[in-house]
Design a binder for this molecule. Structure first.
Ligand SMILES: [Zn+2]
Length: 271
């Protein structure tokens, strides 16, 4: 089968070198006649800014990364490819998930959940899913204690404990919007993605998406997608540049030496 990967940035900040290295990796994974989609994950409207989407296209162009699917500029993104356009598909998935015994309604605040227990009897399923201001969560006490995540490069699979790393993860937030894990699971299947390079900071997300894929009745995630979970790169100040560390206050200046360094990293990750 032809490899098909995706570059899936979140427009909640200017891209950093970690994002760019990840883009180059995904381009490399499909280099031999595969397909590469650009998918802008813009469900988080609170942090969305148009300038961040512009930054994504600027970086892709400067890196010379060709795509075969997805938006080609900000206008086509807004008209056709925003995740807002796929809300019906996410709702269909949520309708299916609400039938699962594992899904429960939870009005708990972040503070209330700090010690890991629900204080409103959420786990007894006493709260109607259609109550206002409840999040929908998956009871991770009821899934496998350990999930194995095979890797394209690492010999041994990663071992992830869902209830430890993503306890009762959210699939629909209190405002009734689909959560990242849900949208990502639906999108990857919808677009036939079979190859993904992502940072090791996203191993918990991969575990959540394995669980959701099963609950939705999709073919097992690991049978559909080959993953390469790469190490995180370190910024000049020594901090790790994860997917979510999009805290740059201004666009990154991309020059030949940066590209060379990032391409070197990508090669290293490919083993
Ligand atoms: Zn709760």
């Amino acid at each position: 089968m032809k490899p098909k990967s995706r570059i899936a940035p979140t427009p909640s900040g200017y891209l950093h070198e970690g994002n760019l290295a990840n883009f180059l990796l995904n381009a490399a994974l499909v280099r031999d006649g595969g397909e590469l989609m650009l998918r802008v994950d813009d469900l988080d409207r609170a942090r969305y800014r148009r300038a961040y989407v512009e930054d994504i296209f600027r970086c892709l162009n400067q890196l010379g990364i060709q795509r075969t699917e997805g938006p080609v500029d900000v206008a086509s993104f807004e008209e056709e490819w925003s995740q807002e356009k796929r809300l019906p598909q996410y709702r269909t998935a949520l309708d299916r998930l609400r039938e699962s015994d594992l899904v429960f309604a939870c009005p708990c605040s972040r503070k209330e959940l700090q010690n890991g227990t629900h204080v409103h009897g959420c786990l007894d399923r006493k709260i109607d899913l259609d109550t206002r201001d409840v999040a929908w969560r998956v009871d991770t006490r009821q899934v496998s204690e350990e999930l194995l995540i095979p890797d394209l490069v690492q010999k041994e699979p990663f071992v992830v404990e869902p209830h430890t790393v993503i306890p009762d993860f959210v699939i629909r937030n209190k405002a009734g919007r689909p959560a990242y894990q849900l949208a990502c699971t639906v999108d990857d299947r919808l677009f036939g993605i079979n190859t993904v390079g992502r940072g090791q900071d996203l191993l918990p997300s991969t575990a959540a998406q394995m669980i959701l894929s099963d609950l939705l009745g999709f073919d097992a995630l690991m049978s559909r997608i080959t993953f390469l979970h790469h190490p995180l790169i370190t910024a000049v100040d020594g901090s790790k540049l994860s997917k979510s560390a999009g805290a740059r206050s201004e666009p990154l200046r991309i020059d030949g030496s940066i590209i060379q360094r990032l391409e070197g990293l990508t090669k290293q990750w490919l083993g």
